[in-house]
Write a protein that binds this ligand. Structure first.
Ligand SMILES: Cc1ncc(COP(=O)(O)O)c(C=O)c1O
Length: 364
């Protein structure tokens, strides 16, 4: 790819010109034969990204809708939320709003969920579902999902609901091998499609549990998505240009190969770690669980994170600010989607230029 990227938000991520152009195709009817063909064409490449032999369904929304739908469709009484940052806490909040017995297994911000603590928690109470955030975007922590999912399977009958919003397409993920029941991801992160679509899986046992639940809402009823999926359609009028974008971007992902893509993201993380160590930046999260898609960093002493973000914006480079309670002290580099090492290197040069100018102002 020849485009140079100056946009490093931890989502939405940079969208290539090719994908942007795909969205200019004329709109087609969403129950028409060409649409059904378009919808069908997405299935196999999405299955290869999510690593499933089952269906990959599409919701026309942002990811939070499917977080809500997953619990509304399947939880009858109790749900355990594994939390280690703001997005996992959002899922907990959703369950509380719906009046479920919503318990929390929390790790401190910057740490990952401990599989042994999860095991002990599951031995104390029966849950309809356990939610896990694979890649916590607020802190840049990648949870050990394979291990956590194995613990849930060993200890309980609970469904495994996974938010892989900022991991999918960048961090290794194995829907079927890890026994995930619902995995959901907005397409605007490591998949590098504009926001507005959510891809999700929905296992047979999750469907059976949903079928036993009487009130699942309308937009939040995941079984409704299945019946439209069977007819190659979405439950409501979809953002058709986004489906063209997804089709086009999946071609690019297929051309790269999902495992090569995971490897590229690992290299982006390693490059960022090396640069951070050399420049006096420190990771805000535990080194053991570093995310391949998001680095959450504290600047060197004397440099304000919000000022650094603003200084970069003046130079037309975009990084993410800190999130929630970490807003004042951290900033986040999204090295996801189509970002290459050369793009990161250019960003690092700009960061040095900005921090140098800030140091000069401080000492003047
Ligand atoms: C891990 C994670 N989960 C959920 C969300 C919510 O996604 P959306 O804004 O698409 O609803 C985000 C958004 O940044 C996220 O990073």
């Amino acid at each position: 790819m020849t485009e140079r990227i100056r946009f490093f938000l931890p989502g939405p991520s940079y969208v290539t010109e090719r994908v942007r152009n795909a969205m200019t195709a004329p709109v087609i009817g969403h129950r028409s034969a060409p649409f059904k063909q378009l919808y069908r064409s997405l299935q196999a490449p999405l299955q290869r990204v999510v690593r499933t032999e089952g269906d990959v369904l599409l919701a026309c929304a942002s990811a939070t809708l499917v977080m809500e739908s997953a619990v509304v469709s399947t939880v009858r009484r109790a749900v355990l939320h594994c939390t280690c940052g703001a997005f996992a806490e959002r899922w907990l909040e959703i369950s509380k709003i719906h009046g479920f017995e919503a318990d929390e297994l929390s790790a401190p911000w910057g740490e990952a969920i401990d599989p042994e603590l999860l095991r002990q928690t599951l031995r104390r109470k029966v849950y309809d579902a356990v939610t896990i955030t694979h890649n916590e975007t607020s802190t840049g922590v990648l949870n050990p999902l394979a291990e956590l999912a194995a613990v849930v399977r060993e200890e309980s009958e609970a469904l495994i609901l996974v938010d892989c919003v900022s991991g999918l397409g960048g961090a290794p993920f194995e829907n079927d091998a890890w026994g995930v029941d619902i995995a959901l991801a907005g397409t605007q992160k490591a998949l590098a499609v504009p926001p507005g679509l959510v891809a999700f899986t929905f296992s047979e046992r999750a469907r059976a549990q949903a079928a036993r639940k009487r009130r699942r809402g309308f937009y939040t009823d995941l079984l409704r998505y299945v019946s439209y999926h069977e007819k190659d359609g979405t439950i409501t009028t979809p953002p058709i240009p986004l489906l063209f974008a997804l089709q086009n971007q999946l071609e690019a992902i297929e051309a790269e190969g999902i495992e090569n893509r995971w490897q590229r993201h690992r290299e982006l993380r390693t490059r960022t770690e090396r640069w951070a160590a050399e420049g006096g930046f420190s990771y805000a999260s535990s080194a053991n669980h570093g995310s391949p898609t998001v680095s959450c960093l504290r600047p060197p002493a004397g440099i304000s994170a919000p000022d650094l973000v603003a200084g970069l914006a003046e130079r037309d480079f975009t990084v993410g600010g800190g999130y929630g309670r970490w807003k004042p002290d951290t900033f986040r580099i999204g090295h996801m989607g189509e970002v290459r090492i050369e793009d990161l290197d250019a960003l690092f040069e700009e960061i040095h230029a900005v921090t140098e100018s800030m140091t000069v102002v401080h000492t003047a």
